[in-house]
Ligand binder design. Structure first.
Ligand code: SAM
Length: 361
């Protein structure tokens, strides 16, 4: 077999494995196997999971040939299946920010939503409306939950502006989460800093409603959510100089009009204000991303979602891999003069762009 034929074989196998792992993840099979923490037969797994044994048996065939789950034989020569702890710690919901299992769902989800519209868009150059991705917000919230639960309050915020943001949040400041989605990050912050006030902004009405419901259900009284097009804010005087801290997690590259959004953010910040933009760590030139460990995966997510939604409304279509050089240039064009870019040791795939607004003299 030629090297490329070998590589093609791996590609086909890994694509199939990703799909099967996504189905397993959705049905919590990895979590159940990790909790069982011993080799189990198909009937035992079926009984623990409530799933159908015939489907489980076929799925386990994929997992053992794919070297995700180990196959043994018990004393009755019956097949038993074991998820090794070193795999479980990357595949289960309990793995928190180390959970890579949650990402197996991303390509299957985007394929089911957008395979046809994106294929058509290749011919027209048009965008794909956000409404084509009905399950996207729920999936993003699942990702955010895995990502933020363990690190946002304890690791990320304490590093911002050398710890000064944490002191300000504790004392009480005005915060905005722009492109807040289902409010996972903002509700965590609002709960942790009761003296601060929080405003979540997103143009997705259903997500905003659910974010507000989640805040209400958990007794959070210092968070409000608004349905707003972030690109329109730079023209709204009532939003000028009303926030001390604005964050945008994974939200700027999806914008159709990112420059207007960043200009709006600049105007929303009071003197001495801070803006945290969290975006994928990449270079703006493809040649600079040749050694990126997740290059094909991230470019595919961008192709199937970020680029087409960013092309809507005659948008600029930045794509998720717009990269550091373009990001810094756009922040500067929007009026930010002081920009610090930092890597995060607990999040290898993103960069933190911290923009500071000077205090008035
Ligand atoms: C990739 S999601 C990130 C959501 C959230 N920050 C998180 O980390 O889970 C991008 C978000 O930006 C929102 N968005 C896109 N265009 C927007 C616009 N013009 N105005 C406000 N929000 C927008 C989307 O609705 C979506 O919730």
């Amino acid at each position: 077999m030629s090297d490329f034929a070998q590589r093609m074989t791996e590609i086909l196998n890994h694509g199939a494995l990703n799909l099967a792992m996504a189905i397993g993840y959705k049905n919590q099979i990895f979590d159940i196997l990790a909790d069982l923490n011993k080799p189990v037969t198909v009937p035992e797994l079926a009984s623990a999971s409530g799933l159908h044994p015939r489907y489980l048996q076929e799925w386990l065939g994929i997992m053992v040939t794919g070297k995700i789950i180990e196959l043994f034989s018990d004393q009755n020569a019956e097949d038993t299946y074991f998820l090794p702890p070193e795999h479980a710690c990357l595949l289960t919901r309990k793995a928190g920010s180390m959970n890579m299992g949650v990402y197996t769902q991303e390509i299957p989800l985007l394929t089911s939503c957008a395979m046809a519209p994106v294929s058509t868009a290749f011919k027209t150059g048009a965008g794909v409306p956000f409404s084509s991705y009905p399950d996207f917000q729920a999936f993003m919230a699942e990702l955010s939950d895995a990502k933020h639960q363990k690190v946002l309050i304890d690791k990320f915020l304490p590093t911002v502006d050398n710890g000064q943001l944490l002191a300000r949040l504790t004392a009480g400041i005005r915060v905005c989460d722009l492109g807040c989605g289902l409010g996972v990050a903002m509700n965590l912050m609002a709960r942790a800093f009761p003296k601060s006030t929080f405003v979540g902004i997103d143009n997705h009405g259903d997500a905003v409603r659910k974010a507000a419901e989640a805040a209400q259900e958990t007794g959070i009284g210092n968070a409000v959510y608004k349905v707003l097009d972030a690109a329109a804010i730079h023209g709204k005087k009532e939003f000028f100089s009303v926030f001390d801290y604005i964050c945008a997690f994974d939200a700027i590259h999806d914008q159709s009009h990112p420059l207007e959004v960043l200009q709006g953010i600049r105007r929303m910040l009071a003197p001495g204000g801070l803006f945290s933009m969290i975006e994928i760590k990449a270079g703006s030139n493809q040649a600079g991303n040749m050694d990126h460990p997740m290059g094909p995966f991230l470019y595919t997510v961008s192709l199937m979602h970020c680029l087409p939604v960013g092309l809507n409304d005659q948008g600029s279509g930045l794509g998720m891999m717009w990269g550091r050089e373009k990001a810094e240039a756009l922040l500067r064009e929007a009026g930010f003069e002081q920009i610090e870019v930092a890597e995060m040791e607990y999040d290898l795939f993103n960069l933190h762009y911290l923009c500071k607004v000077p205090l008035e003299k």
